[in-house]
Design a protein around this ligand. Structure first.
Ligand code: ADP
Ligand code: MG
Length: 211
């Protein structure tokens, strides 16, 4: 299976949007993970940088968003502000055909008060670094009560940066019934351990072992 249409799960508007974005065929990691992701299963995937992981989880989480509900339904955790900005911009492109979708990044380096003000209307999707998100959760400026999809992007780099405890703390605020997707370029033992703690019967995909 190589075309997005063959998934038989994406709406016509999204297939047109992908065409306009120049996405002709699925990359290997997208072909391997999207059927399970779109079916709501937990997935953990190792694939090198540039392999198209953002659209793999992005297409999945957008499918589960109810745009008429102004509550946070998806959370993507990233190691750095640069990566969070990239993911947010990619998600906005994938969501171009969905009016009113609000994607907000919450990262360190920007004033908390400005972020708090932009949270008066809850975003559908938050893309965040773990530390700053934790600050917002503790101050109750963010709620994860209605979270459906949790994504750990570049999980290996988040662990390298010392976010392991912050990740566990953030996840404790999320509902137990949720879809959890874990993406990583490498697969050290710590990643396997965190997957065991936070995922339920995940599909495991390994596209290649070199980064
Ligand atoms: P990763 O997160 O695995 O490092 P990205 O998700 O950032 O990779 O994707 C790398 C590049 O490939 C991006 O520029 C993205 O727009 C592009 N891309 C992703 N999926 C496809 C596709 N199916 N067809 C063409 N380009 C794609
Ligand atoms: Mg990526």
């Amino acid at each position: 299976m190589t075309s997005f249409a063959e998934l038989n799960a994406l709406p016509e508007e999204q297939l047109n949007n992908l065409n306009e974005l120049g996405y002709q065929t699925m990359t290997p990691v997208q072909a391997a993970t999207l059927p399970a992701i779109l079916a709501g299963k937990d997935v953990r995937a190792q694939a090198k940088t540039g392999s198209g992981k953002t659209a793999a989880f992005g297409l999945g989480l957008l499918q589960h968003i109810d745009a008429s509900q102004f509550i946070t339904q998806s959370l993507v955790l990233c190691p750095t502000r640069e990566l969070a900005d990239q993911v947010a911009s990619a998600l906005r492109k994938l969501a171009r055909f969905m009016p009113n979708i609000k994607v907000l990044t919450l990262c360190g380096g920007l004033p908390f008060s400005v972020q708090r003000d932009s949270l008066t209307h809850a975003p559908h999707i938050i893309v965040a670094t773990p530390g700053r998100l934790l600050d917002h959760l503790k101050k109750e400026t963010v709620s994860l009560d209605a979270l459906q999809t949790l994504v750990l992007d570049e999980a290996d780099r988040m662990l390298d940066m010392g976010f392991a405890d912050a990740l566990d703390e953030v996840i404790a605020w999320a509902p137990e019934k949720r879809q959890t997707l874990l993406f990583s370029a490498t697969w050290p033992a710590e990643i396997a351990a965190i997957s065991r703690r936070i995922q339920r019967d995940p599909l495991t995909i390994e596209i290649d072992t070199v980064d």
